[in-house]
Design a protein around this ligand. Structure first.
Ligand SMILES: Cc1ncc(COP(=O)(O)O)c(C=O)c1O
Length: 381
């Protein structure tokens, strides 16, 4: 793949996402180096908005041995694209999905006795036992067997002739706060779950707990396998765990071109609600994207974009399909390339900046970039 992105459909609007698969490959390899464990690359939510299939392929090139998704549907799409490695489905699907799950050789995460029983019944018809990963809740409070159910669920799994417990896993609630004690406490509970499983004869090949923040900031959480999502896209899991400090590279760039230019007198109001007024005579450029593309309206008057390698602030309310930027005395031209997320010249606008402005997390920014934005793929090595 060259440096030129191909989008696979006609593009009349110059607005697009470019994903550097070389960065994904690099980031996955970096997780392998830093942790010394196997890597399960998480590509749910359409690869955190980057495109699940190309990201999964790049992650495998970077050394991932597992790929994880949230839904059976997401796993089926990867299988249809020819991805033939172990695929972990992170949440227990409805019983009705068991046929598709088995047919596609997806590995389910399991934690409820009724689901285990239904899966076992279906699995017994197959020549080989079906591998499952058993999830225990050690403090996330979302899904996973709660402590008083561990024994029952583990017994159900241990006695299921159609199943083989390949993994024991949990999920960390506060790994992105490295100085906080919860992660250590969760790992103690997880070790206890492991001992309890052992007493029932369950000795899984894979014990895993760590998301990106867990893998980067908590050595004890690394165990046999790490499950990074946000980090393989080169993005930070939180304010206190900075992806760049670990040598991870952002993979996503959001760019467009100037489509309209005007010189305005000082005092000219711009956009809905007139929430911005030109501070002096100067240039305003209009860009063809807006909140229908996933640009948060919260960026109004605050975020900055790069034109000619220089930062220009958003001027006025972000509209559905358009937004304006203040170029001051720097005259823009129709067709000038604009980078909203990514690097131009010496500077880079990070997803982390948008997340801070919009009072959210990097995850939400990238997963809310809508399908209207064409994704193209490049490989910068
Ligand atoms: C069970 C599980 N493991 C791993 C991940 C990856 O987490 P992160 O994107 O923070 O690395 C997620 C994502 O939320 C998850 O739900």
């Amino acid at each position: 793949m060259s440096g030129q992105a191909s989008f696979g459909r006609p593009m009349h609007r110059p607005t697009r996402i470019e994903v550097d698969l070389g960065a994904v490959r690099h980031n996955v390899a970096r997780f392998g180096e830093l942790t010394g464990t196997d890597v399960c690359a998480v590509v749910k939510g359409d690869g955190y908005g980057h495109g699940a299939v190309p990201v999964a392929r790049a992650a495998l090139e970077g050394g991932a041995s597992w790929i994880a998704v949230a839904l059976v549907e997401e796993g089926l799409a990867l299988r249809e694209a020819g991805i033939d490695v172990p695929l972990l489905v992170l949440s227990e699907p409805p019983v009705a999905a068991i046929g598709d799950l088995l047919e596609a050789r997806l590995t389910p995460v399991v934690y409820r006795a009724p689901f285990l029983a239904a899966l076992d019944a279906a699995a017994r018809a197959r020549p080989e036992p079906v591998g499952v990963h058993l999830k225990v809740d050690t403090g996330m409070g979302r899904v996973g067997a709660v402590a008083e159910d561990w024994d029952g669920v583990m017994r159900e799994a241990a006695g299921a002739a159609g199943l083989r417990v390949d993994g024991l896993m949990t999920h960390l609630a506060r790994a992105d706060e490295p100085s906080e004690s919860t992660t250590g406490e969760q790992l103690v509970r997880f070790a206890k779950a492991g001992r309890q499983a052992g007493l029932l004869g369950i000795e899984p090949r894979w014990r895993h707990a760590a998301n990106s923040a867990g893998a980067l900031a908590h050595r004890d959480a690394r165990l046999d396998l790490v499950r990074p999502g946000i980090g393989i896209y080169g993005l930070s899991p939180g304010m206190d765990v900075d992806a760049a400090e670990y040598g991870l590279r952002p993979a996503l760039e959001l760019c467009t071109e100037v489509v309209f230019v005007k010189h305005v007198p000082g005092g000219t109001p711009v956009s809905y609600g007139h929430r911005w007024v030109a501070p002096r005579d100067g240039w305003v450029a209009t860009l063809p994207l807006g909140y229908a593309d996933g640009v948060p309206r919260a960026l109004t008057n605050v975020a900055e974009v790069l034109i000619d390698g220089r930062r220009h602030p958003v001027a006025g309310t972000v509209c559905m399909d358009l937004l304006m930027v203040w170029c001051d005395q720097h005259r823009p031209h129709v067709g000038d390339r604009v980078v909203l997320l990514g690097a131009q010249g010496e500077d880079r606008v990070r997803v982390e900046e948008w997340a801070a402005i919009a009072d959210t997390i990097t995850y939400e920014i990238v997963t809310q970039l809508t399908a209207r934005l064409p994704r193209g793929y490049v490989d910068h090595g």
